[in-house]
Design a protein. Structure first.
Length: 229
């Protein structure tokens, strides 16, 4: 089986009702990155940060995967598929993808602010944490999210997968945030790259195959194209 590696961003979950970050009306128009997505923001106002991620988790309870996520699972019949996602939602899991790398962490998990290896899965009916919730060694729990300025522990694995890809697909990311955006550069020179996005993205490479559609329609077209090569 050929190895298909897919890098996804917020755009793949947009049709499920989760807003993206940088589109008009996106999350970064409503919140300042430095307030809610940096270690400094956490130190300054942990309550605000906790509430921000509690709201994101609450939203997860009312959304469902769309055909963007589901179509990637269907591709597992013909390809060895790995999903590398920048998303912190769990819609790839809920669609049924078997191999998922979360580059920027997971909303459904929290960890000790002192001991990075003390990670806890929240149960779906207890998606909220509050200031005062502690790890087993007595330190405050924080969101299991990679904030700006923090290292990206899953990067090495993502690079490894990308470098082995026979086909690489990018769905719904503005490719604005590094190191995730740099992954495309780790593909083999002859690996075809497909980009699914309804909008123009800031990198235009003539060797890339652009599918200018929303994720659900774009993934349908991708399946047709890949089944005909
Ligand atoms: P962005 O908000 O930067 O980009 C979203 C992309 O999705 C844009 O290129 C849109 O054109 C595209 N898009 C919008 N609707 C779409 C749809 N229905 N189908 C397909 N594509 C669509 O989001 P990301 O690139 O994911 O990190 O942002 C990267 C990181 O920046 C996030 O993981 C997050 C954020 O700050 C952290 O918080 C650490």
């Amino acid at each position: 089986m050929k190895k298909l590696v897919v890098l996804t961003g917020a755009g793949i979950s947009a049709e499920s009702g989760i807003s993206t970050f940088r589109d008009s009306g996106g999350l970064w128009e409503q919140f300042r990155i430095e307030d809610v997505a940096t270690p400094e923001g956490w130190r300054k106002n942990p309550k605000l940060v906790t509430e921000f991620y509690n709201a994101r988790r609450k939203q997860l309870l009312s959304v469902e995967p769309n055909f963007g996520h589901i179509g990637l699972v269907k591709l597992e019949q013909s390809f060895d598929v790995t999903v590398i996602t920048q998303n912190v939602d769990n819609l790839h899991e809920r669609a049924g993808s078997k191999s998922i790398i979360h580059l920027h962490g997971e909303l459904t998990k929290v960890r000790s602010e002192r001991f990075d290896n003390l990670i806890y899965e929240l149960s779906p009916d207890k998606y909220e944490i509050t200031i005062g919730d502690k790890c087993e060694r007595g330190y405050q729990l924080r969101p299991h999210i990679v904030w700006f300025g923090e290292s990206v522990p899953m990067l090495e694995k993502a690079i490894q997968e990308t470098s082995e890809a026979d086909i690489f697909v990018v769905i719904g990311t503005s490719l604005n945030v590094y190191p995730a955006a740099s992954l495309v550069h780790y593909t083999k020179p002859d690996t075809p790259i497909y980009i699914i996005d309804p909008n123009e993205i800031n990198i235009n490479n003539p060797n890339w195959h652009y599918i200018r559609k929303v994720a659900s329609e774009g993934v349908k077209e991708l399946i047709d194209r890949l089944n005909n090569v």
